[in-house]
Design a protein around this ligand. Structure first.
Ligand code: ARG
Ligand code: ZN
Length: 881
């Protein structure tokens, strides 16, 4: 809970640790309400420390101290001092190695914040990143203190038959009283945030992987007994990730054992603890009838992500938490590459950018904006943000674009070689890139310290006589909290040219050989590039592949967009043209709604869609994306003052009008691609399901007897979750007579599958249909709702506040009050998750005056709540600032 005066931590205050901990020997006597921890720490004063301080201060929270010994002698109460957050040993040895033995007890069952050691159903497990280890024992809980861990777990044999920790199992034995013990040793020194233990009644699925140097690794996934039939995809994904990291980055796994445990109560997605990843069940468990295609993709991505951390995070880790993007931005980039290589690169890129623009750009434009390497925080858990992760990945991607694939790989090799076993900084990463490539990235480094999304103005001027095209680019980065008048960034702008027949026009720049595509390196506030040898004025395809996380400002006519949608050879920009075209059509309709004008659909979009629908497509997933209208959140980001109702009404109008005009096409495509198949996870089948369900969604807006029976038939015949969810979603978001019956049937069918019931909650909470708010209030009282389960909270409270703009932003403020009530209740149990929920209110400045007042008032109510956590306090108070 919050101190009277929450402390801010600053990057500029970093200093090296005063002590080092070489060895950690841990003994856990495990019990759900009473666990005794004995830690033997082998310490030494850090020769690098300049501090005159002779005390040793360890961090600790919610610990019950039982005793302290220094080099075998018990310390008496005058030799140390304890606070709520620390243990200070006076007169700690200044020379040589010494051993501190600390004994304390903890109560895992009372730990509802899920940080440190806690209980999830019948198992005990840990989450230590960022600062959870201090809730297990007193320690120098900071990532630049790296130690070798040995861990012994002692527990009841029936309650906790499986006992796991990092590294290799070295010994085990039996004890009196039906108890047993297991010892683990991790040969790699690591920061304590990578420590993990798991104890429980778990089943294990096993496989093996032979590394590139021929070592055999044992792979194990641990789950509760009823989930053993849902691990195949996770295991296959792990093997794919291991192979991929060898092939693409030359990185081999280092231990002989790799374990993954799935737990039902987890604050985030997953955690890369050395040799013992702990995962939210959501990112492990999948069977075709319980998980959608998008679940399958997320599982593959997250399994890859945590595996890739073994090098980008564990072997080379962060010096301090300000450097979080060093491991997260890089690892997200790596998992994005992996997923793109596994399935469709085009689709993966579009999905990533879509998320970035709809959500990270909003963060970067709001009161919580911060650079990917923040300079200050109150609670580090609040900085596991879209900016640090997703924008961080874009920054790494730009390095890849600027240095080329080979140069980037050389930089990575040097980085891993130079810093293996070290805790380093973002600067070290960039330096390795520079040194391996002989390039100066001084200006590029500004991406690490500058917040806000840069805006790019682009202009072109064609001179027919000389055949020259002059491209002028201007960059500007808007002010963000604490940052004004920012210097220009180094921005890679990838471009291509199209001639009037839609064919590739070669680029001739600075006398270099002609190329189909080039990267313009923008480094000035304003800069021009002259392209020569052009017989006619070409169309420029700007920022191909979304080569930089910026907003391009330029006016294009609907005709020009339709032209690019037909002919741009860059898959990203072709999709971008579809989004902009639909976006402009919807924006005009929004204006019509606001002016009280009658709505008519612009025929340009019908023509463009007709053209798309008449073509043959190999990549049906990509085709589906071209047919998808921009999300409401993206449309909102394009408005000066967000009008949730007009956005929704305009978008629905376009959807329905397109369905009316193109009904025959949608129906044909639906029929061509509909099979009642059990759900194979291969690109062909995924694409068929995706395009079919896109068509179903259009058709269901018609609300005819035919369209209603189409979705009902699909619901009843569905043999996989993708088809079942898509049809249920069509039913729930329309006036379907079978709505209630289908929801009940779905619940009865899946009541024993938590992850499917999460979907059931989320679908109802995000429905745009009238009456949703009352439904959400009812669901809060449902016997299956559980405020102690983060996945359940996210699927009801999170989905309503973050994925249901029309109802959450109801004019009367009911949605805001509801959220505040839930945040305040949840904060008493789980501050980290509560703080996430507050972010739905952060963008208050983007709405009309009345809504602004209402949102500000509930933020203030949250801040004024007695004993609110520092987590929630930081998010809410910075949102208001
Ligand atoms: N390192 C984990 C990952 O793979 C996430 C840890 C999140 N921790 C937190 N306190 N939010 O991304
Ligand atoms: Zn990560």
């Amino acid at each position: 809970m919050r101190d009277a005066n929450p402390q801010t931590i600053y990057l500029k205050d970093y200093s090296v640790p005063e002590y080092l901990i070489h060895e950690v020997d841990l003994n856990f006597d495990l019990g759900e309400e009473h666990t005794v921890v004995v830690a033997r720490l082998t310490l030494q004063r850090n020769p690098q420390s300049q501090s005159p301080n002779q005390e040793l201060t360890l961090m600790g929270e919610d610990l019950n101290l039982l005793g302290v010994e220094l080099d075998g002698t018990a310390l008496h109460a005058q030799q140390y001092v304890q606070t709520d957050t620390s243990l200070t040993i006076h007169q700690a040895p200044q020379d040589g190695i010494f051993v501190l033995k600390i004994e304390n007890s903890i109560n895992p069952k009372a730990n509802t914040a899920f940080e440190g050691l806690y209980q999830s159903s019948t198992m005990l497990c840990t989450q230590c990143e960022a600062e959870g280890f201090r809730k297990i024992t007193y320690f120098l809980d900071r990532p630049d203190v790296m130690s070798r861990f040995k861990t012994t777990l002692v527990a009841d044999k029936d309650k906790y038959p499986v006992l796991l920790s990092n590294g290799n199992k070295v010994e085990q034995g039996e004890l009196a009283g039906n108890r047993h013990w297991v010892s683990w040793e991790d040969p790699f020194a690591k920061p304590c945030y990578l420590f993990a233990l798991v104890a429980g009644q778990l089943e294990c699925i096993e496989d093996r992987f032979v590394t590139m140097s021929g070592r055999e690794i044992s792979l194990q996934i641990y789950v509760e007994a009823h989930d053993v039939d849902k691990c195949d995809h996770a295991m296959q994904s792990l093997k794919n990730a291991m192979r991929w990291d060898e092939e693409v980055y030359g990185r081999e796994y280092d231990l002989d054992l790799y374990m993954i445990v799935a737990v039902g109560h987890f604050n985030m997605g997953a955690m890369e603890n050395k040799g013992l990843n702990i995962f939210n069940t959501k990112f492990v468990l999948a069977r075709p009838d319980t998980a959608t295609d998008s679940d399958y993709e997320h599982i593959e991505g997250v399994i890859g992500h945590e595996y890739f951390h073994n090098w980008s995070g564990n072997r080379v880790t962060c010096r301090d938490w300000f450097q979080l993007s060093l491991k997260e931005g890089f690892t997200v980039f790596r998992d994005q590459q992996f997923s793109g290589d596994r399935a469709s690169k085009a689709v993966k890129r579009i999905e990533d950018v879509n998320m970035l623009r709809a959500r990270q750009f909003a963060e970067d434009a709001g009161p919580l904006a911060h650079p990917i390497r923040p300079e200050a925080y109150i609670e580090i858990n609040n900085f596991y943000t879209l900016t640090v992760y997703e924008k961080g990945a874009e920054v790494v991607r730009m390095l890849h674009t600027l240095l080329g694939g080979e140069g980037f790989r050389k930089g990575c090799d040097l980085y891993f070689q130079r810093h293996d076993g070290q805790a380093v900084t973002c600067d070290d990463f960039v330096s390795a890139m520079e040194d391996a490539n002989g390039r100066d990235l001084t200006q590029f480094r500004r991406w690490y310290s500058q917040a806000g999304t840069p805006q790019l103005n682009v202009e072109q001027h064609y001179d027919a006589e000389s055949g020259q095209l002059e491209l002028t680019l201007r960059q500007h980065c808007p002010d963000t909290p604490g940052q004004t008048d920012k210097p220009p960034l180094h921005i890679p702008v990838k471009i291509g040219l199209l001639n009037s027949r839609g064919q590739v026009e070669l680029i001739k720049l600075d006398g270099r050989p002609p190329v189909e595509e080039t990267v313009l390196e923008l480094t000035e506030a304003e800069q021009s590039f002259a392209l020569s040898g052009l017989a006619e004025q070409p169309t420029v395809s700007w920022l191909r592949g979304f080569s930089a996380p910026v907003i391009v400002k330029m006016q294009r006519s609907l005709e020009e967009l339709a032209f690019l949608l037909s002919y741009d050879s860059d898959t990203f920009n072709r999709w971008e043209a579809s989004q902009q075209l639909a976006g402009q059509v919807i924006a005009d309709l929004i204006a019509d709604i606001q002016q009280g004008r009658e709505l008519t659909l612009n025929p340009v979009i019908v023509e463009a869609y007709t053209k798309l629908l008449e073509q043959q497509w190999d990549d049906l997933s990509y085709f589906s994306l071209l047919l998808a209208l921009p999300d409401e959140s993206y449309l909102a980001s394009q408005m000066d003052v967000i009008d949730v109702d007009a956005i929704h009404q305009a978008r629905e109008f376009v959807k329905k009008s397109l369905a009316e005009r193109l009904q025959a096409h949608f129906l044909r495509l639906y029929r061509e691609n509909h099979r009642e198949e059990s759900g194979q996870f291969d690109a062909g089948a995924i694409g068929r399901r995706r395009i079919k369900n896109t068509c179903l969604h259009y058709l269901s807006t018609l609300e005819t007897g035919d369209s209603q029976s189409l979705s009902l038939r699909q619901f009843e015949g569905a043999a996989n979750m993708t088809d079942q969810m898509a049809s249920l979603s069509a039913i729930v978001n329309s006036r379907h007579p079978a709505k209630q019956a289908c929801l009940e049937q779905f619940y009865r069918q899946w009541q024993d599958e938590d992850l499917v019931i999460d979907k059931w909650f989320a679908l109802q909470a995000s429905s745009h249909w009238p009456g949703t708010f009352a439904k959400v209030q009812q669901l809060l009282q449902h016997s299956a709702f559980d405020m102690k389960n983060p996945n359940r909270v996210r699927s009801l409270v999170g989905a309503f506040s973050q994925a249901n703009p029309v109802h959450f932003h109801a004019r009367d403020g009911s949605g805001y009050h509801f959220l505040a009530d839930q945040v305040i209740a949840l904060d008493k149990l789980n501050p980290q998750v509560a703080s996430r929920m507050v972010t739905a209110l952060t963008q208050w400045r983007r709405y009309d005056d009345e809504r602004q007042q209402l949102m500000k008032a509930v933020l203030q109510r949250i801040i004024d709540t007695e004993a609110i956590s520092t987590d929630v306090f930081e998010t809410a108070s910075k949102s208001l600032a």
